[in-house]
Design a protein around this ligand. Sequence first.
Ligand code: HEC
Ligand code: HEC
Length: 491
Amino acid sequence: MLLRQYGIRFGIMAALFGTLAGCSEKAPKKAPPATPPGGVARQTDAPGSEQRKASPEEIADMTPPGDAADSSPADSETEPSVDLATDAPPEGPTVPTPATPTEPAPASANQVLLGSAELTAGIPGDDGPLSVEEIHAWLDQPENHEVLEIELPLGLKAGGYGKDLAQTAPLTRAKIELGRQLYFDTRLSADNTVSCATCHAPDEGWARHTQFGEGIGGQKGGRNSPVSYNRIASGAQFWDGRAASLEDQAVGPIANPIEMGHTHDAVVTILQGVEGYRLQFERIFGSDKITIDDVGRAIAAFERAVVTGPTPYDYRGQLEPFLKLTEEDFADDAELKQDYETRLAEADAHPMSESALRGRNLFFSEKINCAHCHVGANFSDEKYHNLGVGMDRPEPDLGRYNVTKDDKDRGAFKTPTIRNVAQTAPYMHDGSQKTLLEVVEHYQKGGTPNPSLSPKIVKLVLSDQDKLDLVAFMEACTGEFPEVQPGRLPE
Ligand code: HEC
Ligand code: HEC
């Protein structure tokens, strides 16, 4: 029975993907391909995942990954530590499993869906500071110290991110919660006014709507605050990748004179003096002496729990292969029909406009090819490219060059994610572009000319409608952020 069912399903999906593979050629010239890249890409848990050869993200990945003339982390010291190229689903590709578009509730206590509020909503209890008793009670629950088995939400899930974390940087509820407290605690800054959340604010897209980050005493740096979500999908940190890991990155701002303006020693002393912190560090890291590295580990754990939820683009992607099926295909397979109906309902509840669908085609098209760099489940190749932003200034920020001193890295910056980008204006490393439309127009004119301009950045022929469509597509890449408790810090 099972075999028969799988046999049929395999046949249907094979036929389906056969059509897809050829669809862009067969389709009338003007009509957009029925399933553009990106559509099927999210499709890792589709009944047809055994057909992953058709995955457009893999196709996208097959386009020269090295961006030969651009800088590639492969020849730099800050090689991404996460294997980014893999959009392969964590599961083996051979066993066709019934599709489960809606995540089933995890079975055991240590299985969690990243992005769910239970991880970031703080220690339960009344509002107000955390008492030592509350912290004791929290730390005394064994499940808060169990290493979590994580699952990523639809969309990001296709990236298979964080697979090695259990070995390299295990996540526990207690560690994530400690990181949450540190992230929102202004005691980490010299004058007690600035926390990580000052520049990476949950209600400003985990970034900041100012051109530059503003640290203690209102001091400004020269770079725009990037997002602190989906860091689990990312290796080297900062616009220029100078921090090899999230742990390294997290302790940087504390000692940066224009950000939090403290010293690591002073911060450790302050935390050591707060009983609630001392108890947590001791229990979580097993030493009665707090270290700055453990501060970094806890903050990084919290940041890894901050991921974007499924977007209209993802819901549409998981529906699309089913749109090719006919009543006949469903006749024999109630389960397949059920999958289809669930996906249809989810896509209907999170619709993509016609404009966004056209924009998606442009984004992934060979001609426009934004996905050359904004690739994979988190829409970033994690590499460095020169778009010419700010290169017309007398003393431009040389970006990646400052790290590698390699001429080809002049003015190159790390590709940011497109997920939730609609919520993180202004844009680019220098916050110089105010809207997504302005960004699209920068690409349209082929960037700002300069000797190190990426060869991938060329003038684009885009109608006004095309530009709006690209913006609509990016807006359709917006999912929910996890609910987070910004208060409830140790008293
Ligand atoms: C004064 C504003 C400010 C504060 C405070 C601040 N940041 Fe940042 N953050 C920035 C800016 C600006 C950058 C980009 C700097 C660069 O690339 O050189 C950045 C970069 C980052 C990145 C890298 C993201 C990426 O895409 O590579 C992460 C993660 C991050 N910050 C997290 C934190 C954490 C955690 C804290 C608290 C310990 C913190 N930030 C405090 C402004 C700030
Ligand atoms: C050659 C690689 C490359 C291509 C192709 C590319 N991008 Fe980018 N994109 C980047 C990099 C690198 C940055 C950051 C540049 C900087 O700050 O100097 C960026 C920045 C952006 C931003 C701003 C994000 C933020 O958080 O500040 C958006 C939006 C964006 N790109 C959309 C697009 C669209 C739409 C296309 C296609 C028309 C496209 N990109 C094509 C590499 C690329």
